[in-house]
Design a protein around this ligand. Structure first.
Ligand code: TYM
Length: 333
């Protein structure tokens, strides 16, 4: 079945291996499957839910776009654009915010994590952010949304909002209820320093993540310093339950090799950790180094990147404006 794919990545700097394995790598695979229509968005409206320096934000929008391109997203096959260029996202977000219930938003765990102890000081935008994400998806009638595990709850909210809109206005199937596409394995890449914590751009330790712009030496150093235990490599999958750091490194290796974790366990069963780390480092460098070189190369030509975003926005705008106009008609404007 052909799919209409929508997904987004925030331009908040430090895109890392978790973003690549959990999301961007799949964006490319989906784009290359016959019949799929893909829209990939640099979600700059989402990024300002936390304070951003305007100059840095502008660079990060270009860098995220360059990362899409360098990873293999092709503007001839997929629509690539930044969210703030298409007004219907903000408009749709307001309207859908009147459909969503505060009780639903209060359950969002990512808000609780990001707001931290002092919720009163978090921006209102951070609180209503999943509604903007819902607008992103529903404006394009997306059938499938590829994301990492951390976005699952937001997608469930999108489904609830779509269903409530359809039922409130008695327009069955008007807003398409999207399906999450979350990989069974590798949908949650963990910190290199703590196998129980997600790899994240906001972790204060740069050693906790491999950034897509890291040099080969940085990658080698980070893998060398990645937390492990004193035991040999496991021979059974069940052993991984008690060894989260080992499971994470094996997941990274398996995903980049496009093989299941069982095969990787067999490959290194009973070997010393250093053997595995050498192979892992080589695999990560092989995959990331061409991407990081291409990002640097693309960023030399800002006009080219801006043109891709503008052309993508024009195509996205045509679809989103159409949908928002239909929505407005339904609600009586
Ligand atoms: P963002 O920018 O935080 O992350 C982008 C994508 O990377 C995935 N990801 C991970 N996957 C595996 N392991 C990790 N450690 C890891 N860290 C991040 C995320 O799950 C995500 O898929 N709200 C979204 C962006 C968004 C969006 C949308 C996504 C806005 N509108 C509409 C889909 C559809 C976000 O902040 O992702």
């Amino acid at each position: 079945m052909s799919k209409k794919i929508f997904s987004g990545v925030q331009p908040s700097g430090n895109l890392h291996l978790g973003n690549y394995i959990g999301a961007i790598k799949n964006f490319v695979d989906l784009q290359n499957q016959e019949g799929n229509q893909c829209i990939y968005c640099v979600v700059d409206l989402h990024a300002i839910t936390l304070r951003q320096d305007p100059k840095v934000l502008k660079n990060n929008i270009r860098e995220t776009t360059a990362t899409f391109l360098a990873s293999g997203i092709d503007p001839k096959k997929s629509i690539i654009f930044n969210q703030s260029l298409v007004r219907a996202h903000a408009e749709g977000s307001w309207i859908l915010g009147c459909i969503a219930r505060t009780g639903w938003l209060n359950r969002m765990t990512q808000f609780k994590e990001k707001a931290g102890k002092d919720k009163e000081k978090a921006s209102v935008g951070l609180y209503i952010y999943p509604i903007l994400m819902t607008a992103d998806i529903l404006l394009y009638d997306a059938t499938h949304v590829p994301v990492g595990e951390d976005q699952k709850q937001h997608l469930e909210l999108s489904r609830d909002i779509a269903q409530k809109f359809n039922s409130d206005f008695n327009v069955a199937n008007f807003l398409r209820v999207p399906e999450p596409l979350i990989q069974k394995n590798f949908s949650r890449i963990m910190s290199l320093k703590d196998g129980t914590k997600k790899m994240s751009k906001s972790d204060p330790s740069d050693l906790s993540r491999i950034n897509l712009t890291d040099t080969n030496d940085q990658i080698l150093n980070k893998i060398k310093k990645a937390k492990t235990d004193g035991n040999l490599m496991p021979s059974e999958k069940i052993e991984l339950k008690k060894r989260p750091e080992v499971e994470n490194l094996l997941s990274i290796y398996s995903s980049l090799k496009n093989q299941n974790i069982e095969k990787s366990i067999d490959e290194f069963s009973g070997k010393n950790f250093s053997d595995f780390k050498d192979n892992l480092a080589e695999t990560v460098v092989d995959k990331i180094s061409p991407i990081s070189k291409e990002i640097i190369n693309l960023l030399k030509n800002e006009d080219y990147i801006d043109k891709i975003l503008e052309e993508g926005a024009e195509k996205a705008d045509a679809q989103a404006t159409n949908k928002i106009n239909e929505i407005k008609k339904i609600i009586g404007f």
